[in-house]
Design a protein around this ligand. Structure first.
Ligand code: UD1
Length: 357
């Protein structure tokens, strides 16, 4: 897809979950590259104050912002009726593994029901181009070593199962209706923050994910990190993940949009660095980047976790030439900058000296 349509107007992209961690960074990336951006978000795990920051970084305005629940087909349809949407990037979903085990129905409802509501509204308005936010968690306990896209799905928790189901629905829709083109990006573990320190990961309540938890311990908001399991079959006994800088992640989404017009049917790519880091590696890297000791204690394993997930991201490199350029030290440095400048997140702090919101 091109940043301009046939009439020379900017192409319009609807970003669901555009106020969230990856969504907000994606909005900056798309605005920076000339797209018109429309955001929908219910702020269930995000904050409206992020959007003026997005605009400040990009030096451009978001076209429109709608507070709505992704399951609300009518409200979604009204957005499509109002804007000439060319493509959708769909981030809006619940994403906490532990919570998904406690609230499976809510996860299926929002993640699967939200996706079908979106597909319905898109189809109703003749929009058939979608970049879908999937997850390496679909591989579940597939085993060690880099995983390529052909590895069968073995989800170990309802969050992962909900993403796996969405993928199956999207593949089936594409199989039966040739108008659809869907690029499904399975990310491994996005982390880090925008280098400005204005955007980062600011979950509501106690963070579920490792990076924001470590950052909040380092800044003194939490006492210590619980390391979920020291008895995994890994060199240091803690679980291994493939962490990917959020800026590399959103760059891949923008490149996906560039390819969407030429793509037909359903295509899936892994997004990762192909490099595993253990929980203790992340703690050490964060301590190095921040100069602060991160107190931590090994506790029991978390339900639904697996020992190791590392990407084989060769397919996307071959297809689009996309390769991540930032490493774990960059992720820690940027996450720490965001946390220092926003010790209490978006709600509790002013962004940066001289910043306007
Ligand atoms: C999970 C999904 C991933 C998804 C992400 C979205 C799986 C296997 N992976 O990532 O696809 O994109 O959620 O949120 O389902 N940890 C601690 N202490 C903490 C928090 C985490 O030790 O307080 C450990 C976890 O056990 C894990 C690693 O840190 O080994 C990373 O955890 P997290 O950041 O929550 O991401 P995943 O569960 O890997």
């Amino acid at each position: 897809m091109h940043t301009r349509d046939a009439n020379g107007s900017p192409s319009t992209v609807l970003v669901t979950g555009g106020a969230g961690f990856i969504g907000s960074h994606a909005c900056v990336e798309l605005l920076d590259h000339g797209y018109e951006v429309i955001v929908v978000d219910d702020y269930s795990n995000s904050c409206p104050r992020v959007l003026p920051r997005v605009e400040r970084i990009a030096g451009r305005f978001v076209g429109a912002v709608y507070e709505l629940d992704i399951r609300d087909r009518r409200a979604l349809s009204a957005v499509f009726a109002r804007h000439p949407v060319d493509a959708v990037v769909h981030f809006a979903a619940h994403k906490a593994v532990g919570e998904s085990a406690r609230m499976p129905v809510a996860y299926y409802d929002t993640n699967v029901g939200g996706t079908t509501a979106l597909l319905h509204a898109m189809h109703e308005h003749g929009v058939h181009r979608l970049v879908f936010s999937s997850s390496c968690s679909v591989y579940g306990d597939a085993g060690e070593g880099p995983l390529d896209e052909a590895v069968p799905h073995r989800p170990t928790n309802p969050y992962a199962a909900s993403k796996s189901l969405c993928e199956r629905i999207l593949a089936d829709v594409c199989r039966h209706d040739p108008r659809w083109s869907v690029l499904c990006l399975r990310y491994f573990n996005p982390a880090g923050a925008h280098p400005s320190g204005l955007l980062g990961e600011d979950p509501h309540g106690t963070p579920d994910n490792l990076f924001p938890y470590v950052a909040q311990v380092a800044v003194g908001r939490r006492q210590r990190l619980r390391v979920f399991g020291g008895d995994w079959p890994t060199p240091d006994g803690t679980a291994i993940r493939d962490y990917l800088h959020v800026m590399d992640t959103v760059e891949a989404h923008r490149i996906a949009l560039d390819h969407l017009a030429d793509a037909t049917g359903f295509t899936v790519f892994n997004l990762g660095r192909g490099h595993g880091s253990s929980v203790l590696d992340v703690v050490a890297a964060f301590e190095e980047a921040s100069g602060i000791t991160v107190p931590h204690k090994i506790t029991g394993r978390r339900t639904g976790d697996v020992a190791e997930l590392v990407a084989d991201a060769g397919a996307v490199a071959r297809a689009w030439g996309w390769r991540p350029s930032r490493d774990l030290a960059d992720m820690c440095r940027d996450a720490w900058r965001f946390q220092q400048l926003n010790p209490h997140g978006y709600q509790g702090s002013s962004p940066q000296p001289g910043a306007k919101e």
